[in-house]
Design a protein around this ligand. Structure first.
Ligand code: IYR
Length: 226
C-alpha cells in the first residue's frame, strides 16, 4: 500500500477491483434485482439472532459516507426483554394518539393498503431492536461542535444497514414512532443524540404476507440529460 501526504495529512493508495463494461453492467443489474427482492416485513419471528451478526450489521451501516467523516451516529442494539417491553408500551401510546387524531385523514387513508395500525407487536417479538440516533454535535474540550450533514449521513447509514440486513436473509421495517423522544429517556441517551429511526431485526415468521405493491418504473424516478 502506497502512502503520501496531502495537505500535511496521511493518504493511502486505494485499489479497487474494476470490471469490463459488460461485467459492470451485469453486476449492476444483478445487484438491483437482488435489492428489489427486499420487502418491509412486520411479521418478525422471535427466533434468536446472534449478537455477532448484529455487530456486523451495525459495522456495515457505519461504513456510510458522512460529513467530514464525523460518523455522526450511535446504533443502540436492544435484546433485553424489559427494555423492548418499555419501548413497545411507549411507542404504542404515541402511535395510538397518532392514529386517533394526530395524523390527517389523507395520511390514514394512504396507509390503508399497507395495513399498519397503532399495535406494534414486532417491538417485543423481534429478537433485536436497533435504534439509530443522530449525533447533532460532539462535546470536545467543553465546546459544542456541530456535526455536518447529519440527516444525510445518518439516512445513508440507515440505507446501508437495511441492505446488510437483507444480505443476511433477515428482515426489518423502518419504524418511526412520532414523537420518538421517549427513546432518549428509556435508553438514557446523552443530550447530543436524537432518535432517528427504529429497526426491529429478525427472521421473518413462517408465513408472511406483504402488500401487493409495485415499485415505480425507471421513467418515473429518473430523468436523463445526455
Ligand atoms: N409511524 C406510524 C405511521 C406510519 C407512517 C408511514 I408514512 C408509514 O409508511 C407507515 C406507518 C407507524 O409506524 O405505524
Amino acid at each position: 500500500m502506497d502512502k503520501k501526504e496531502i495537505n500535511g495529512h496521511p493518504h493511502v493508495s486505494y485499489d479497487r477491483d474494476t470490471y469490463s463494461p459488460e461485467e459492470a453492467e451485469q453486476r449492476a443489474k444483478e445487484y438491483y434485482e437482488w435489492l428489489d427482492t427486499r420487502r418491509t416485513v412486520r411479521d418478525i419471528s422471535d427466533k434468536p439472532v446472534s449478537k455477532e451478526l448484529i455487530e456486523n450489521l451495525i459495522m456495515a451501516g457505519s461504513t456510510a459516507p458522512s460529513g467530514a467523516h464525523k460518523q455522526p451516529w450511535t446504533f443502540c442494539a436492544i435484546s433485553n426483554a424489559d427494555i423492548k417491553k418499555a419501548i413497545r408500551e411507549a411507542a404504542e401510546k404515541e402511535e395510538y394518539d397518532s392514529y386517533h387524531g394526530r395524523m390527517s385523514e389523507r395520511w390514514i387513508k394512504d396507509l390503508e393498503p399497507i395495513g399498519t395500525d397503532w399495535n406494534k407487536p414486532f417491538l417485543e417479538e423481534a429478537p433485536w431492536l436497533v435504534i439509530i440516533f443522530k449525533r447533532v454535535y460532539e462535546m470536545e474540550d467543553g465546546v459544542k461542535n456541530n456535526n455536518y450533514y447529519v440527516n444525510e449521513s445518518v439516512g445513508i447509514a440507515c440505507g446501508m444497514i437495511i441492505s446488510a440486513i437483507h444480505k443476511a436473509g433477515l428482515v426489518t421495517l423502518t419504524h418511526t414512532p412520532s414523537p420518538m423522544n421517549f427513546l432518549t429517556k428509556i435508553l438514557n441517551r446523552p443530550d447530543n443524540e436524537r432518535p432517528y429511526l427504529l429497526l426491529p431485526i429478525g427472521y421473518p415468521k413462517d408465513e408472511v404476507y406483504v402488500p401487493d405493491l409495485a415499485r415505480k418504473p425507471l421513467e418515473d424516478v429518473a430523468v436523463f440529460y445526455e
